[in-house]
Ligand binder design. Structure first.
Ligand code: GRG
Length: 301
């Protein structure tokens, strides 16, 4: 466990370690077309909050494990997340021109290369998970569990399924339950994966994994509700994008169904439930996770 530095400094440390290591994660000795490497690195290094790597490492440390062993998993989840954003921005999906304050991948490299850069990141993520075992002696059985769960939480029954439900339901969603299904899978599942995988690196017990999963489910939904609220009442300068875009695009959101005040109350309820899940005594060092839950509730971008 590292000494208990302020959360902002902790996040900065993890971001720096991630950025430093992620650019060399595709070995220079591999004979890869330069344009593919450039396109993958462009999006990987374009910034972002690095929330999922933060959760992998915070969960590993909360269970009493070492940061370094969790790093390949943190890289892997950021690769999956980045691929999903590249593909989500494509003309066939959301058709966005900017992401993380920069032109989207397909605007710079063309559509075909953006698709392939996403494919490359998705595939390479599985290579990186294996490195936790090869380089840091994470037991093969735990690594197998992490690989299996990455396919479950990021694949058809997870993030990809959530994206499809969102696509098919666009503008036609009539109930909160369907919206919850979309949020749970499209956004929440990768967050749950990150926490459980971090725990697995540190040899978490079943009770600890269940506590981390519950924490992830709650903050995952809370994260999305906060997104919806920020789109209505956020500061454009801090968000780096126009507010009220959900209203303009007639997107159904939490505030659309239950109003702004009730959405805020639900956000607070979920944050409390998340904090309770890791405060039941099963997690030896829950303090960082508690801080992260509060940080996400109050984030302004
Ligand atoms: C294309 C299979 C496929 C999936 C796409 C993640 C996703 C699924 C789409 C992104 C669109 C979106 C606004 C999703 C909901 C919230 C979300 C996951 C936002 C992006 O995550 P952040 O805020 O992004 O952590 P940064 O850039 O900070 O990493």
């Amino acid at each position: 466990m590292t000494s208990f530095i302020p959360l902002e400094q902790y996040m900065k440390e993890i971001e720096m370690r991630l950025v430093d290591s992620i650019s060399s994660s595709v070995p220079q000795t591999w004979n890869i077309p330069a344009s593919l490497r450039e396109s993958m690195e462009y999006s990987l290094l374009a910034g972002g909050k690095r929330l999922r790597p933060l959760l992998v490492i915070a969960a590993a440390e909360a269970v009493g494990g070492q940061r370094e062993a969790a790093l390949p998993i943190a890289q892997a989840v950021e690769m999956i997340h980045t691929y999903s954003l590249i593909h989500d921005d494509l003309p066939a999906m959301d058709n966005d021109d900017f992401r993380r304050g920069k032109p989207t991948n397909h605007k710079v490299f063309g559509e075909a290369m953006a698709i392939l850069a996403g494919d490359g990141l998705l595939t390479h993520a599985f290579h990186q998970v294996v490195q936790a075992s090869r380089l840091y002696n994470v037991p093969a059985e735990a690594t197998l569990d992490i690989i299996e769960e990455l396919a479950i939480y990021a694949g058809p029954s997870g993030m990809v399924g959530g994206q499809v439900a969102d696509m098919q339901g666009e503008q036609g969603i009539t109930d909160l339950e369907t919206l919850q299904y979309i949020h749970q899978h499209k956004t929440g599942d990768l967050i749950v994966f990150s926490l459980k995988a971090g725990g697995r690196v540190s040899g978490a017990s079943e009770a600890q994994l269940a506590a981390l999963a519950k924490f992830g489910q709650c903050i995952g939904l809370a994260f999305q509700i906060r997104d919806d609220i920020l789109d209505l009442v956020g500061d454009e300068g801090k968000l780096g994008k126009k507010v009220q875009s959900d209203v303009k695009q007639e997107k159904v959101t939490y505030p659309y169904f239950i109003g702004l005040e009730a959405s805020q109350a639900e956000l607070e309820r979920l944050t409390l439930a998340a904090k309770e899940a890791v405060s039941d005594g099963s997690i030896p060092f829950p303090e960082r996770l508690l801080q992260i839950a509060d940080f996400l509730t109050h984030r302004d971008h």
